[in-house]
Design a protein around this ligand. Structure first.
Ligand SMILES: [Zn+2]
Length: 224
């Protein structure tokens, strides 16, 4: 059996407790003292820790959606779970969407050398490991199987890179859209102006703060 660098192969485990209540837990990465997990509504919960593991209760069903989690050391600094040294990494330059786990921006593409993150059919028809987008700050992993055209053995073309970035942004924005579907307060934007969602924040009770960046009105250009 192949040895792995760290026991957390597929992220945390979930168990349904009762209607809209899920128990979630996993192994703390080396050096981590605390864990935070974000539910499907964007609410951030501080997990209970002990015995090298963390556990929390989320007010949601077990429905297959992932729950972003991040870990910190005793000083509050983010701890990135280690990945095997032979997994290739490459910065993703043109995606600056915030990480759903820690809120920081900055991603890298990681190509596993085993099937621990899932497999997909490659261009040649053979199965190959599923690539990941990994947060550079906290190590949160997003599967990017939609990047089906990426070749693992050669450098991707600019077009392939653009498609990868588009797929990545779409995935992160879909997660934010789902969280906002549960917002319990009205969001006001200036009439006649296109509005762009630029951020959101959650607490114990779900999304509590939304940042809307208004784009410039087209007719404002060239007028006194
Ligand atoms: Zn992160």
């Amino acid at each position: 059996m192949r040895a792995v660098a760290w026991g957390w192969m597929r992220g945390p485990s979930k168990v349904g407790l009762r209607a809209r209540q899920t128990l979630i837990g996993g192994v703390l990465p080396p050096g981590a003292m605390t864990a935070e997990v974000v539910d499907i509504h964007g609410a951030r919960r501080v997990a209970s820790v002990g015995g090298g593991a963390w556990i929390a209760v989320l007010n949601e069903e077990v429905d297959g959606r992932s729950s972003p989690a991040c870990f910190r050391d005793a000083g509050g600094v983010l701890v990135r779970p280690p990945l095997p040294a032979d997994w290739s990494r490459r910065p993703i330059e043109d995606v600056d969407d915030p990480c759903p786990a820690c809120g920081e921006r900055g991603w890298e593409e990681v190509i596993p050398m085993d099937g621990s993150r899932g497999m997909r059919g490659g261009e040649s028809g053979a199965m190959e490991p599923m690539p990941l987008a990994v947060c550079r700050s906290c190590g949160h992993e997003e599967p990017v199987g939609a990047w089906a055209t990426m070749k693992l053995t050669t450098s991707p073309t600019p077009e392939a890179r653009r498609r990868q970035a588009d797929a990545m942004r779409a995935r992160l924005r879909e997660r934010r859209r789902r969280a906002l579907s549960d917002v319990r307060f009205p969001i006001y934007v200036a009439a006649g102006r296109p509005a762009k969602l630029s951020g959101w924040g959650g607490g114990e009770e779900g999304v509590e703060e939304v940042t809307v960046g208004g784009a410039k009105r087209p007719e404002a250009d060239g007028q006194a």
